[in-house]
Design a protein around this ligand. Structure first.
Ligand code: FE2
Length: 246
């Protein structure tokens, strides 16, 4: 895994292979979506820094061990991946993530302040032969909303990572990740993360949450005004009927 500076890779540079070739010419778009999503790749929790040790110990008791720990810079935080098991085509079977930050303004702490410690996002693993850009476009047509486009990264061995993140429904709320891990020329699959992608995600998450907050607030003010107008008109109607003003 490469935790250094981003080496931009366009998602449409993902090699087209048998997944595309074996698709019937008129296979409908729903099939593209149905065949793309395989299984849960990881579930990530937002936690308080002081609870990090206890969190890791609890998951170790569940059979997990620490795979990697990444430190992001633009949105300072520590992102820890714990894995369990081993599958035939993958270096691990299941992953649990934990994100903590000492920055009080971090979206991680914003999440905790609003909702408490808990699941921040669930990531679904995408078939390595799926076209992430096509999947992104098709899901958008089906009214899925995203806070990022397809984020890509290529490591020094040529293994590639593609990620896509849905928009939260509420400010700093939970979201869904679609993640595709692609092998390099020697067959070694991309099994970690990239700090530039993580920071890009957090930038989008922060900005989208701020937009939602503003949108919700203006909506709330509008509803409050409508409510007050209704109460006032009800009061006036009742007052007239009882002759209070007469
Ligand atoms: Fe994730």
């Amino acid at each position: 895994m490469n935790t250094g500076k981003r080496k931009p890779v366009q998602s449409n540079s993902v090699k087209k292979n048998s997944y595309k070739k074996t698709r019937a010419p008129n296979q409908n778009k729903q099939d593209i979506i149905s065949h793309a999503i395989r299984h849960i790749d990881h579930i990530t929790y937002a936690g308080k820094t002081r609870n990090e040790k206890g969190f890791i110990e609890r998951w170790q008791l569940m059979g997990f061990s620490e795979l990697v720990r990444l430190h992001t810079r633009r949105y300072p935080a520590t992102h820890i991946a714990l894995t369990s098991g081993k599958s035939s085509d993958f270096p691990w079977e299941t992953m649990t993530g934990l994100s903590v930050s000492e920055d009080p303004g971090s979206p991680i702490n914003e999440f905790i302040i609003r909702y408490g410690e808990g699941v921040q996002h669930v990531a679904y693993n995408i078939h390595p032969e799926a076209d992430m850009e096509e999947l992104y476009q098709e899901l958008k047509k089906r009214k899925w909303q995203f806070m990022t486009s397809v984020l890509t990264h290529k490591d020094d061995h040529g293994a590639r990572l593609c990620q896509l993140f849905t928009a939260p429904q509420v400010p700093a709320g939970t979201f869904v990740e679609l993640i595709q891990r692609l092998p390099g020329p020697h067959g070694e699959i991309f099994n970690g993360f990239d700090i530039v992608n993580i920071d890009d995600l957090y930038e989008a998450y922060s900005q989208y949450s701020a937009w939602l907050e503003k949108h919700h607030r203006s909506k709330a003010v509008k509803y409050q005004k409508a409510f007050e107008t209704q109460i006032h008109s009800d009061f006036m109607r009742q007052s007239h009927s009882t002759g209070y003003y007469g």
